[in-house]
Design a protein around this ligand. Structure first.
Ligand SMILES: [Zn+2]
Length: 252
């Protein structure tokens, strides 16, 4: 990565951190935790969904409909039938653009087109379904893309490896990825759960596959089970992202 690219990326991150936000004062009587899966690899439901259900909670699956039924770096992606199944099971489907667009490269117009196309494709699977929440694929947005996407959803999520508390930005909520960098550091995971609980924050976990031999972007069933158990024991309400928005009275 060259010096100019790095400088541009740093500036992009500064801009999206500071501008184009939709601010909300998070002041609930308890903390929230949401579990989210990007791209919806099959094991996110067959294994991850089962673990959530065993703890009496549900998650959010961010779907790029053009990827359904195909291969991916985190394993086979769910089919349309499995999308319908997770909804029936009480989980939430969120938007991840139809073609898994890179927010640092695609234009705002391409993003809006891709969001509409994803809605249309998923409405064929589940008639009348509204997608309330969004996750930025890959590196996250430019400021222009953030501004274009925000108004379409109740909340949009990026990364950042921390939780949301106090004055939060609904157009770019932070999340903590469970992946090759973090999945073996249970102390750090426990710390972020405890800190968010103490500050009555909203901690959003993100991962991809949940597999005994996970991809770089996923985690093992044992890790996932431990994190879900810790979240449930922390006193936080564990809900899909859109359900948190509904409880907090957040419209789009
Ligand atoms: Zn993705």
């Amino acid at each position: 990565m060259g010096v100019i690219h790095r400088a541009r990326n740093k500036w992009r991150r500064y801009a999206i951190e500071h501008w184009g936000g939709q601010h909300f004062l998070l002041d609930a009587p308890h903390a929230y935790v949401s579990f989210t899966f990007d791209d919806f690899p099959r094991t996110a439901y067959t294994v991850g969904g089962r673990i959530l259900r065993e703890h009496g909670v549900r998650g959010t699956y961010f779907v790029s409909s053009a990827l359904l039924g195909g291969p991916s770096p985190s394993g086979a992606i769910a089919t349309a039938a499995e999308v319908a199944q997770v909804v029936e099971d009480g989980h939430e489907i969120g938007c991840h653009t139809r073609e898994h667009l890179d927010g640092t490269r695609a234009t705002p117009e391409a993003f809006e087109r891709s969001i509409r196309a994803n809605n249309d494709a998923l409405a064929e699977v589940i008639p009348g379904m509204e997608l309330d929440v969004f996750a930025f694929p890959l590196e996250g947005p430019t400021l222009q893309v953030k501004r274009a996407v925000g108004p379409h959803f109740r909340a949009s999520r990026g990364g950042g490896q921390t939780f949301n508390a106090g004055r939060i930005d609904l157009h770019l909520l932070k999340s903590f990825f469970l992946d090759y960098k973090t999945r073996d550091d249970m102390d750090a995971i426990k710390r972020v759960i405890d800190e968010s609980a103490a500050r009555r924050g909203w901690l959003i976990f993100s991962t991809h596959d949940v597999d005994p031999t996970p991809s770089a972007y996923g985690c093992t069933p044992a890790t996932f089970e431990r994190v879900v158990a810790l979240a449930c024991q922390s006193g936080a309400r564990v809900l899909p992202m859109g359900h948190v928005c509904a409880e907090l009275g957040i419209a789009r």
